[in-house]
Design a binder for this molecule. Structure first.
Ligand SMILES: Cc1cc2nc3c(=O)[nH]c(=O)nc-3n(C[C@H](O)[C@H](O)[C@H](O)COP(=O)(O)OP(=O)(O)OC[C@H]3O[C@@H](n4cnc5c(N)ncnc54)[C@H](O)[C@@H]3O)c2cc1C
Length: 315
């Protein structure tokens, strides 16, 4: 191999970003492809330019259980990229939930708005086909960090296989981004109702760096409710969740803006059962929360684990 090994990473969520940063630090050359307009994946944010409203409509908060992510959170804390959210060590990101991923990817070759449609192994390495064009170089290895079912579809479209990916299973989540015309009588800034369709409600304005007015909330429906209403239109889901909120608030909600977003693969229900998957013969790997569990930390640790496998193989 002349020059540093070239690694294509599909997905710029937390797993792709942690893998990319570690590989770059070890001297490998990475290119990160993501179909989204900005990196972050399920650590997502939607900001309305006109109103300034900001919604973290995917993950809201994170917490470290192990040493690697704790060190990373401490670093982000010292640089103001995360701030305490709760007294149990839970933090949120600043100015929005995409900030940690953007930090990990800073200065790297990130190609947003690029959908990977197929991978082809040639005698010179991997070719990456994009919906928009073909990537301009061949790669020594490919890392998939998209949710398991999407990885399976991409592998099938490419005539490849990677054993274990099929084990990852996810529950969906319907999210509602709501700005209220008037201050509602909500009994708290964070609610986790024990019954009904709503799993959690977060007031956006209590997180640092977000506008405090108008009152804005991100609401996540429960996995069971989201599964039962998976194929409904966003308009129908919006109406149902607004009605459920009316009951929770003890009166009708007057939305200034209310938009429903479906996460088809939101929270991991079953994992692959390993920190990452890697086939050294194909030089093809898989990382993501689908390997370790339904948390940002799991995606981070899985990305790191796969990076270490690649470094041992390629560096
Ligand atoms: C509603 C919701 C609430 C959550 N709340 C929390 C929480 O509070 N705390 C917590 O710890 N976790 C939470 N999670 C889970 C957490 O967000 C995930 O575990 C974590 O972000 C997963 O990261 P990842 O890198 O594995 O995958 P993802 O973030 O899904 O990244 C995969 C990326 O791949 C891209 N992609 C997919 N297909 C292609 C393709 N063909 N070509 C190019 N790019 C592609 C996607 O655009 C995406 O950016 C929540 C998730 C959701 C949906």
């Amino acid at each position: 191999m002349a020059g540093p090994a070239q690694v294509a990473i599909v997905g710029a969520g937390m797993a792709g970003a942690s893998a990319a940063r570690r590989l770059h630090e070890a001297g490998l050359s990475v290119a990160v492809f993501d179909k989204g307009r900005q990196p972050g994946g399920r650590m997502a944010n939607r900001r309305d330019r006109e109103t300034g409203l900001s919604f973290d409509h995917g993950a809201q908060v994170m917490r470290a259980h192990g040493p690697a992510f704790r060190r990373r959170l401490d670093d982000w804390k010292s640089r103001g990229l995360v701030a305490p959210f709760d007294t149990d060590g839970t933090v949120t990101a600043v100015p929005d939930m995409t900030a940690p991923v953007r930090d990990l990817l800073a200065g790297l070759d990130v190609r947003a708005g690029r959908t990977v449609t197929a991978l082809a192994r040639t005698e010179h390495g991997w070719r990456v086909a994009l919906a928009e064009a073909e990537a301009d170089r061949v790669f020594d290895a490919v890392v998939l960090t998209v949710p398991g079912p999407q990885a399976l579809r991409l592998l099938a479209a490419s005539g490849c296989a990677l054993s274990g990916v099929e084990r990852a299973r996810y529950a969906p989540c319907w999210s509602l981004m709501l700005a209220c015309a008037a201050e509602p009588s909500v009994p708290g800034d964070v609610l986790r109702p024990a019954t009904g369709p709503i799993a959690a409600l977060f007031r956006e304005g209590v997180k640092p760096g977000r506008p405090e007015a108008p009152p804005a909330y991100t609401i996540h429906a429960t996995p069971a409710w989201s599964k039962a209403h998976l194929e409904e239109t966003p308009e129908a889901v919006r109406a149902s969740l607004l009605a459920a909120l009316g009951e929770l608030f003890g009166g009708p909600v007057t939305p200034l803006q209310a938009r429903a977003h479906r996460w088809r693969y939101a929270l991991v229900e079953e994992t692959c059962g390993a920190p990452c998957l890697y086939d050294p013969v194909q030089r093809l790997g898989y990382a993501g929360d689908g390997c370790l569990g339904p948390r940002i930390e799991a995606a981070y640790d899985s990305g790191l684990a796969l990076a270490e496998r690649l470094i041992a193989d390629l560096a």
